[in-house]
Design a protein around this ligand. Structure first.
Ligand code: ATP
Ligand code: SF4
Ligand code: MG
Length: 332
């Protein structure tokens, strides 16, 4: 008998709107998102600065209550009461971008890692738990790191300590917001390899937030491409990255060295969540509309006037684009 894999973490119809300041319109930072992460899966959330990645990630952690929609973990809606949230944050851990900013300069590595255990009233052998977590994160022999301070470590080692602080609580899922953005290229590879090893050895799931599609390529099973508060294309990483269908994904990919062709330079104003355009939210910057291709496919009016449906969660490959949908319908 086959069983359908159960999603570990899901968002359904998630919206997060921040009130506008000084008479400005409210900012629709997350504007209708369905997203599912299954056990043992790494999902990359990709998009340019300001598209809502961190807001979505923080909401999945229960740090930002949704304006509408809901987050479920293990099939149950998040309970935002403080005791329930504390228990939830043991199971789902946040790893932040800047290892220096995440570590207290006056705390030793041991104390930094043990902090989470103490907050959660860990009843086991603390020293052993810190030792094992450091070892799993590749800081070996662990005792050599116990009494070191952050300034005595390299950037890569600091990021490993941050990851250890998350791992020590044996979470089921980590949400890593730009986990390697502040690291040198050589160290980035090491940290990404560590996340992959943790998935394979511990069955850990991860949502990795990045503006770098190349990084997604190296690490993720699935990718969700976000533009102005919505996921515009999602699915299997290999499929999306080798045959992107949304013009925005195509533009993001075109600037990677691996792409080989001419980079697509996006024109128009950078997206502003307090002024979401009507029609397709990408239309003012879309190279396919600007080049007349959407006109030739008979969808240019729809591009300018018809919003696209929110993509359903799940693992299938999906795209929110009138032109891409018309191409499939026309069999081209
Ligand atoms: N607390 C807040 N109050 C008002 N607006 C906010 C708040 N937090 C975020 N925003 C706005 O919401 C939008 C999305 O921000 P967010 O930080 O989620 O983007 P991001 O994709 O993570 O960007 P980056 O890649 O630069 O980290 C931005 O326009 C931002 O200015
Ligand atoms: S719907 Fe139209 S404007 Fe939007 S991405 Fe597709 S082709 Fe471009
Ligand atoms: Mg961010």
């Amino acid at each position: 008998m086959t069983t359908t894999p159960v999603d570990l973490l899901s968002a359904q119809g998630l919206r997060i709107t921040f009130p506008g300041r000084h008479g400005a319109e409210p900012a629709r930072a997350v504007d209708g998102v369905d997203l599912d992460i299954r056990p043992g899966e790494i999902v990359a959330l990709v998009g340019e600065s300001g598209c809502g990645k961190t807001t979505l990630a923080r909401s999945l952690l229960g740090l930002v209550p949704p304006t509408a929609g809901q987050v479920t973990f293990d099939g149950k809606p998040l309970d935002y009461r403080s005791r329930a949230l504390k228990a939830y944050r043991k199971r789902v851990q946040l790893v932040l971008q800047d290892p220096s900013g995440s570590l207290n300069p006056r705390h030793t590595v041991y104390d930094a890692v043990a902090e989470g255990l103490r907050i959660h009233g860990y009843a086991g052998d603390e020293r052993q738990a810190v030792h094992d977590a450091l070892s799993r994160a590749g800081l070996r022999p662990p005792e050599r790191f116990f009494l070191r301070y952050p300034h005595e470590l390299s950037g890569g080692q600091r990021q490993r300590v941050v990851i250890t602080g998350a791992l020590v609580l044996e979470p089921e899922l980590i949400v890593a917001d730009e986990p390697v953005a502040s690291l040198d290229a050589s160290v980035r590879g090491e940290i990404l390899a560590l996340l992959l090893r943790l998935r394979d050895e511990l069955g850990l799931s991860a949502l990795v937030v990045t503006h770098d599609l190349g990084l997604a390529w190296n690490i993720a099973d699935r990718v969700a491409v976000m533009y102005l508060g919505r996921i515009v294309e999602t699915g299997d990483v290999e499929q999306i990255l080798t045959a992107p269908r949304h013009p925005y994904t195509q533009a993001l990919l075109s600037v990677l060295p691996e792409a080989g062709g001419d980079p697509v330079v996006l024109t128009g104003e950078p997206p502003d969540p307090s002024r979401v355009p009507s029609g397709c939210r990408f239309h003012a910057r879309c190279q396919v509309l600007a080049s007349g291709e959407a006109e030739r496919a008979g969808v240019a009016d729809a591009c300018r006037t018809q919003d696209l449906p929110v993509l359903a969660g799940g693992s299938e490959t999906q795209v929110a684009c009138h032109w891409a949908t018309a191409k499939v319908a026309a069999g081209s």
